[in-house]
Design a protein around this ligand. Sequence first.
Ligand code: NAD
Length: 461
Amino acid sequence: MADTRRIGIFGAGWVGLVTGGCFAELGHEVVVRDIVPERIDALRAGKLPFHEPDLPEVLVRNAQRITYTLEAEELAGTDVLFICVQTPPTYSGDADLSYVWNALDELPRVERRQILAMKSTVPVGTGESVRAALEARGLTNVGYASNPEFLAEGTAVRDFLNPDRIVIGAFHEEDAASVEALYSGIEAPVVRTDVASAEMIKLAANAFLMTRISFINEIANVCEAVGADVVEVAQGIGLDHRLGPHFLRAGIGYGGSCFPKDSLALKQLASNSGYHFQLLSAVIEVNELQKRRVVQKLQKHLGKLRGRKVALLGLAFKPGTDDMREAPSIVLASRLLAEGAEVRAWDPVAKPGELLKGAVQCDTVIEAVTGADAAVVVTEWPELRELPSAEVREAMARPLIVDGRNLLDPDATRAAGFAYEGIGRASSAFESLPGTPERVWRNREVPPAETASDRTTRKPK
Ligand SMILES: NC(=O)c1ccc[n+]([C@@H]2O[C@H](COP(=O)([O-])OP(=O)(O)OC[C@H]3O[C@@H](n4cnc5c(N)ncnc54)[C@H](O)[C@@H]3O)[C@@H](O)[C@H]2O)c1
C-alpha cells in the first residue's frame, strides 16, 4: 500500500475518473474537478457519465476517498495535480491545448510545493512550455512531470492497475520520485526519463500500434487479391517472438478518441519541425481507405446501394465502450447514406444520436436486420458472435454478412445459410446467396430486394 497522498484531478473523463478511482483504490485521497455541472452532479449521485467496465465498482468501493467538485480551489490541498483534460485536434491537425491552458489558469495558488502531472496526451515540447508559463506566473513552487497514460477504453481499470510500464519524465528528480511513489502497490517497470522523451513515448507508442493495424489491413487487402487468409497469416506472423501477436487483427480500421487525433498531432509535430513523417502519413491514409472498403464489398454483392437496407452492427469505436469519437461506423454510415442506402444501426451501449444522423437507430439486432439486404459487423461486440442464427437469417431480406472485424467463423456462417465476406479472408464474393441463381450474382445483376415478409408470404408455385 502506498503512503497516502492527496491527489487532484482536472477532468472527469475516461482518463481522469480511471486515474482518480484507481489512485483511491491504492489508498490515496482524491479530488476530481470538472467544468461540466451535469457530469459532477451525475458522479455525486453515483452515476458514471459513460460506459467503462469495472469503473463504477471502483468508484463505489472508494467513495469515501473521492470528492467531486466544480471548484478549482478545492484542489488547493492536494500534493499532486493530474491534468486529464481533452486534447482534441484543431483544423490544422495540431493538438488543441486550450483545455490544458485553461486548467493551468485555474491552478489554485498554494504556498507549499505541488506537482503538476500531465496525463493528457500532448505534443512534445508542451512540458517545456508549461514550465516556462509557470515560471512567468511566479509559480516556482509548482513542479512538473509528464506521466502519460496508456489505458485502453473497455479495459481501462485493469490497464491502469496492471500497466506494462509507468512512464515519468520530470525536470527534477524529486518530482519524478513523488509521482512514482503514488504508484507503489502497482508492480510494473518504471521508465524515468526527461519530459520530452516521456511525451514522445506516448505519441510513438500510439503511432506504432496504428502502424501495425494499417500494416495488417494492407496485408489483408493483398490477401484478398491473392487468395490468402489474413487471419491465418496474422497468426503465423504473431508467433514470431520478435513481432508478437498484438494489433495484428485486420478489420475496417481504427477509430476512437486517441489514435486518429494522436497520429495527426504527431504528423503535424514532425512537419512543424521540418520533417515529413512519410510512414505515419501512409498509416493514416490506409486507415481512411480501409473504413470505406466495406462499401465496395457491399457493392460487389448488391450492386448499386440505392434503396438497399444495410444493418450496421456495433457502433462504438471498439467493444466495451460507448465512446463514439472517430468511430468507423460514422464514416461508414455517412458513405452508405450518400450512396442512397437505408442504414439501420445497433449498438448494445453506444447512443450515437446526431452522429449517425439519417440512420435508423435500433434497440435490438433483430430490429436492425429485419428486411436488411446486408448486415455489417462494424464493432466486434461478443454478442455478435451469435449473429449467424436462423432467426437473423429469416429476418433478413438477403442473408449477407459482411464481417468488418473477422469476428465470425466463415465456414460456420456459411453453413448457417449466409453469404459471408470478411476482411482479407477467402472470399465469398461471387458465391450465390441461398435462393439466388448463381448466374445472376456473377453478372452482378442483382434482383430487386425482397423483404422478409415477401419471403414468408410467397406462395409456392
Ligand atoms: N480515452 C482514452 O482511452 C485515453 C487513453 C490515454 C490517454 N488519453 C488522453 O487523455 C486525455 C483525456 O482523455 P479522455 O478520453 O479522458 O477525455 P474526456 O473528453 O473523456 O474527458 C476530459 C474531461 O476534462 C474536462 N475538462 C475540460 N477542461 C477542464 C478544466 N479546466 N478543469 C476540469 N475539467 C476539465 C471535460 O469536461 C471532460 O469531462 C486526452 O489528452 C487523451 O488523448 C485518453
